[in-house]
Design a protein around this ligand. Structure first.
Ligand code: KG4
Ligand code: ZN
Length: 386
């Protein structure tokens, strides 16, 4: 089998990304243009602005990825693009560009699910390290700003399939990090800031009640689950809106509002705040709250994932998506999974957050199967992974 060079394009949220990957196992180039500065003043991603930024960035980002890979439009073998889930207007920018390229170059076009991409980020890097011995079944926790999903992943020849055995009923874990950071005047995105600040607080200072899920799931159909068939197997769902409300109450009960506003102003006046700037603007109460919040989220993610791993007798764990960059999450998974004798794999931090290398890697098995996208395929904001 000759090597296949796939150009990946990703534009589902707030990063415009392009990459070249060889045969799903060797990262050749990986370019990510982040829109953080655009969305920062709004404390979250503004969809309309995201689409415009993608339009501005897509051509230079793709050109740079090809140039860094020492490739041209003509020397690549296929083009892969994220179909969904994500922001419809943002996805359409990548899809329209990928379609035009495929049409003009007469190259195959491959549509990739963003969540499958996050899972294949792990596979790409393990193959690159020479690890071809992963044991199945695999349980993958995909945890990011938009998603908190547990998938059983299986592979038959080159064909991959996924079963969703848990998802968040409300906020995604990364969304909780972002909302709590905003609430505490720490800016956007919240995950990386809380990650660094948590080490300076006492994670046992504030107790949060564990998330309770009382109602049957009405959103299951959107996630590709067997709702109609009355599937009664145990589920491993998450819920993170309660902890956000608990923090809001804590802030009011401890009269923290004035200090939060002062911090917001102070940090806004610093172009790129460093850890020292954050620390200089945080009292012990805030640091303890941040550390306790992170510990609660980490314990919940690790606890549910390991319970699911035992229930389904999986052989291997993957933890991927933006929140997988979190240091405490990685350490806790490594420690707790080791106690169960379970190997756990993460992408490197740069392939944990959104990128196009994962899209090009996930496209490779589809390239081998000639599973190409028709020219009339479109963005699917709520695309399920199966
Ligand atoms: O995968 P990603 O880049 O985009 C989505 O598909 O959502 O994930 C972005 C999310 C944001 O919510 C961000 O706050 C979170 O990942 N994140 C982190 C860390 N780095 C990024 N959360 C916790 N700790 C981190 N170090
Ligand atoms: Zn993502």
């Amino acid at each position: 089998m000759p090597p296949a060079y796939i150009l990946g394009i990703e534009s589902s949220c707030d990063e415009t990304a392009a990459a070249v990957v060889r045969s799903g196992e060797q990262l050749i180039s990986n370019v990510v243009a982040s829109q953080i500065a655009t969305h920062q003043p709004f404390g979250g991603v503004v969809p309309e602005l995201a689409s415009r930024e993608h339009l501005r960035a897509i051509v230079p980002v793709v050109r740079q990825a090809l140039a860094e890979a020492k490739h041209t439009y003509h020397s690549i073998d296929a083009i892969a693009v994220t179909q969904g889930p994500g922001l419809a207007g943002a996805l359409l920018v990548g899809i329209s560009f990928a379609k035009a390229l495929a049409f003009a170059l007469e190259k195959p076009l491959i549509a990739v699910n963003h969540l499958e991409g996050h899972i294949h980020a792990v596979l790409l890097e393990e193959r690159q390290k020479g690890n071809h011995e992963l044991q199945f079944p695999v349980l993958a926790l995909v945890v990011s700003g938009g998603h908190t999903h547990l998938y059983l992943a299986s592979q038959k020849d080159d064909s991959w399939s996924y079963e969703n055995i848990g998802h968040t009923r409300d906020d995604a874990a990364g969304e909780a990090f972002d909302k709590v950071a905003k609430l505490l005047g720490l800016g956007y995105p919240g995950g990386p800031v809380i990650d660094r600040l948590a080490a300076h607080g006492d994670p046992k200072a504030v107790k949060f009640p564990p998330a309770q899920i009382k109602h049957p799931d009405r959103r299951g159909r959107n996630h590709g689950e067997a709702v109609e068939t009355g599937d009664v197997r145990p589920r491993f769902d998450f819920s993170y809106s309660g902890i956000k409300t608990a923090i809001l109450r804590y802030v009011d009960a401890h009269n923290m509002r004035a200090a939060i506003e002062a911090r917001r102003q102070a940090l806004m006046n610093i172009a790129k705040p460093a850890l020292e700037d954050y620390l200089a603007n945080c009292d012990k109460l805030t640091l303890d709250l941040v550390a306790s919040f992170q510990r609660a989220i980490v314990d919940d993610l690790v606890g549910k994932t390991l319970t699911a791993a035992r229930a389904h007798e999986v052989a291997t764990l993957f933890v991927t998506g933006g929140v997988a960059a979190n240091r405490e999450l990685r350490q806790t998974f490594e420690r707790e999974a080791a106690k169960q004798g379970l190997p756990v794999y993460f992408p490197s931090r740069r392939l944990s957050t959104d990128n196009a290398a994962m899209i090009a890697a996930a496209a490779y098995p589809k390239f081998l199967l000639k599973d190409f996208a028709p020219m009339d395929f479109s963005a699917e904001a709520g695309l399920a992974l199966r």
